[in-house]
Design a protein around this ligand. Structure first.
Ligand SMILES: C[S@@+](CC[C@H](N)C(=O)[O-])C[C@H]1O[C@@H](n2cnc3c(N)ncnc32)[C@H](O)[C@@H]1O
Length: 277
C-alpha cells in the first residue's frame, strides 16, 4: 500500500475548510490509527490517544493484537471456511494488511466491500483502496444494516445468495445499547445465506465494570464508547455456530501461545467468529 497521510490529502486544516471533517475533535478512527503507529491523525487525536496510553499503556499492543486477530480470522475464512465475499463494517483508516489483501492472497477472486460512517475514513479509503481489484468503498452506518446490504456499489460486487463474511472489528463498542448491537448482527445475518459468517471484536469490561479507567475512556469519546460484559459480547453470536476456540481474548484466537496482553488474567478485548447454520 502506498504511504499517503491524511495531511497530504487534506492538510492539517480546521473543519470549516473541509465540510464534514472535524480536525478539532478527537476522532475514533484517527486515534486508533495513532495506536497502530499510523500518521493519519491530527494533534487532537494524538493528545486523546496519549491520555488513554497514560491510563493503560497496553492499549497500543492490544490494538495491534486486534489487527492480528483480523488477519487470522480472514485467513481462516478465505481458507478453511471457503468464503469468497467480505463486508468490512467500521473498516477504519486503511491499515497494513487490509481484508482484501489477506483474502486475495489465499483466494485471488475474493471480493471485499469496505463500509464506514466517518467522512475522514471514506476520503482515505477511497484514496488508498479505490479501484483495487475486487473492492468497493461504501458510506454506511452499522445501525442501518439493510441500507448497507442494499447499497448499489455492494450489490454490484457481491452475490448475496452466496456466503458472505461480515467483519465487525472494533466497531460495535461504538454502538449504544439502545441501538441494539445484537439486533444489528441478527439483521445482517438474516439477509445472508447459510455458511455466512460474522467476525466480531469488542472491548469488554474485563469483569470490572466499575474500573474508573472505563468511565475516563468513555469521556474521551464523548460517551460514545461502550465496554460490555463477556456475557453481552457472547450474546452477539446468539443463533450462530461459534468457530473454535469461541469468544476469547483477541490474542488467544488461534494465536500464539500466551496470547499477548490478553493472554494472562482478564481479557478485555474479546473476539470470535460465528457461522450461520
Ligand atoms: C477503532 S476503528 C476500527 C477499524 C477497523 N475495523 C480495525 O479494527 O482496524 C472503528 C471504526 O468504526 C467506525 N464506526 C464507528 N461507528 C460506526 C457505525 N455506526 N457505522 C459504521 N462505522 C462506524 C469508525 O468510524 C472507525 O473507523
Amino acid at each position: 500500500m502506498s504511504i499517503r497521510t491524511l495531511s497530504s490529502i487534506l492538510g492539517d486544516m480546521p473543519e470549516k475548510e473541509f465540510p464534514g471533517i472535524d480536525a478539532r475533535t478527537p476522532n475514533a478512527a484517527r486515534i486508533y490509527n495513532y495506536f497502530l503507529g499510523g500518521k493519519d491523525n491530527f494533534g487532537v487525536d494524538r493528545a486523546a490517544a496519549e491520555v488513554v496510553l497514560a491510563m493503560a499503556p497496553e492499549v497500543r499492543v492490544a490494538a495491534m493484537e486486534n489487527r492480528a486477530f483480523l488477519v487470522r480470522a480472514v485467513e481462516y475464512l478465505a481458507g478453511d471456511a471457503d468464503v469468497r465475499q467480505f463486508v468490512d463494517i467500521g473498516s477504519g483508516i486503511p491499515a497494513a494488511r487490509p481484508v482484501h489483501e489477506v483474502a486475495q492472497a489465499i483466494e485471488p477472486g475474493a471480493r471485499v466491500v469496505y463500509v464506514d460512517n466517518d467522512p475522514v475514513v471514506l476520503v482515505h479509503s477511497r484514496a488508498l483502496l479505490g479501484g483495487r481489484r475486487g473492492t468497493a468503498v461504501v458510506a454506511g452506518d452499522a445501525r442501518a444494516p439493510e441500507a448497507i446490504l442494499d447499497a448499489p456499489a455492494l450489490t454490484r460486487l457481491l452475490d448475496l445468495d452466496q456466503p458472505v463474511a461480515v467483519v465487525l472489528i472494533a466497531v460495535l463498542h461504538f454502538v449504544s445499547g439502545s441501538d441494539e448491537p445484537a439486533e444489528i448482527v441478527r439483521r445482517l445475518l438474516d439477509r445472508l445465506p447459510s455458511g455466512s459468517h460474522v467476525v466480531i471484536t469488542h472491548l469488554s469490561d474485563g469483569g470490572v465494570p466499575d474500573d474508573p479507567r472505563i468511565e475516563r475512556s468513555r469521556a474521551l469519546y464523548n460517551g460514545g464508547l461502550h465496554f460490555r460484559s463477556r456475557k453481552r459480547i457472547e450474546a452477539l453470536f446468539d443463533g450462530l455456530d461459534l468457530v473454535d476456540p469461541g469468544v476469547v481474548g483477541v490474542g488467544q484466537w488461534r494465536g500464539t501461545a500466551g496470547g499477548g496482553v490478553n493472554g494472562g488474567g482478564a481479557s478485555w478485548w474479546l473476539g470470535g467468529v460465528g457461522r450461520k447454520p
